[in-house]
Design a protein around this ligand. Structure first.
Ligand code: PMV
Length: 331
């Protein structure tokens, strides 16, 4: 008899108002609210089976046994699920990504959203989507948002609440009809030199620009929600680009400086500005890696992608994608 297996699928999300910096490392509570778009490309599929005879968890990621920091984070996450479920069994987990790992293309968001959903189900926790996003947050902050599809808001939560964990969760933003695309310009698919966790710590502790960026992000979020409601693509794009560039300036001002932008990233950023001058609505955003994602109206996506192919052949058009879902439970 094969053991019962649970399978979950989740997609990455790209933040238009970024999360950068934790006010609580253990609970993964951010300083500011963030807002993202869940994509319809690069899904992560995670299968989990409980093994009553095993003494350790086993993780295979993209066909290889996980080791080091990746294994440590995944095991800690399962320990949290076990504690909540008051269960003991260890798990055998197999994860398949379709996005390059650790390259600022949000693999940790889809990874921990899929793991949270699969593990909660396997250990018999019955969670609402809100509760699931709080759980996924503990694995990787941005994973809280991949629980939902489309535009998603992650509440930073109330630091003075008796249990701040309860107030920091994601939810779908449904009061918009804006049909956007994100054109991913993949410059380097290798793992990043500095983890986002380390880079955030360093930025919060040393960057003279950090507090200003957090304050701006709070105002950006309010304006972005209005722009989404009004279907104002230009306003959404401009706020997103300014927010991302502000985050990168803040980390570049840290000591030691955190630099994810490469010369090739600057070439793409320049290309995006030139497109705008030509009258095409295109705005750039970047995460913890050199790759650039170009935000535009869905109707303009192919034209924008074609122009980006002048810089590199590896250009992927993404649109609004679904939230995390259970794909199968077999016994
Ligand atoms: O979830 P983490 O710890 O991988 O951090 C993600 C941080 C950014 O991708 C740079 C921004 C964001 O809001 O997703």
């Amino acid at each position: 008899m094969t053991a019962r297996e649970t399978v979950a699928v989740a997609h990455p999300n790209i933040a238009l108002i970024k999360y950068w910096g934790k006010r609580d490392e253990h609970l993964v509570l951010p300083f500011n609210d963030s807002l993202s778009l869940t994509l319809d490309v690069f899904p992560t599929t995670t299968r989990i089976r409980l093994d009553p005879d095993a003494t350790v968890d086993q993780f295979v990621i993209d066909g290889r046994a996980a080791r080091g920091e990746v294994l440590h984070r995944a095991t800690e996450f399962l320990a949290l699920v076990r504690e909540r479920a008051a269960r003991q069994e260890r798990a055998v987990v197999d994860t398949r990504n379709t996005v390059p790992l650790g390259a600022g293309l949000a693999s940790s968001a889809s990874g921990f959203a899929a793991l949270a959903m699969a593990a909660a189900q396997a250990y018999g926790l019955s969670l609402s989507a809100t509760q699931l996003s709080r759980l996924a947050r503990r694995g990787s902050g941005s994973a809280a948002r991949s629980v939902f599809g489309g535009f998603v808001l992650w509440h930073a939560g109330d630091p003075d609440a008796p249990d701040p964990d309860l107030s920091s969760y994601a939810e779908a933003v449904t009061d918009t009809r804006l049909d956007t695309a994100l054109v991913a310009v993949v410059l380097d698919a290798g793992p990043k030199a500095v983890s986002s966790r380390e880079a955030m710590r360093c930025t919060v502790a040393t960057s003279p620009l950090y507090q200003g960026w957090v304050t701006d992000s709070r105002a950006d979020l309010v304006r972005m929600r209005t722009a989404l409601r009004n279907g104002d693509m230009a306003c959404v794009g401009e706020i997103a680009e300014r927010n991302a560039l502000g985050m990168h300036r803040a980390m570049e001002a840290a000591w030691p400086a955190v630099r994810y932008r490469s010369p090739a990233s600057h070439t793409v950023l320049h290309h995006v500005r030139r497109l705008r001058k030509e009258g095409v609505g295109a705005w750039a955003t970047m995460d913890a890696g050199p790759n650039v994602k170009v935000l535009c109206a869905s109707a303009d996506a192919e034209q924008v992608a074609e122009r980006m192919r002048e810089v590199t052949a590896r250009v992927v058009v993404a649109r609004s994608g679904p939230g995390a879902r259970l794909a199968a439970v077999t016994s």
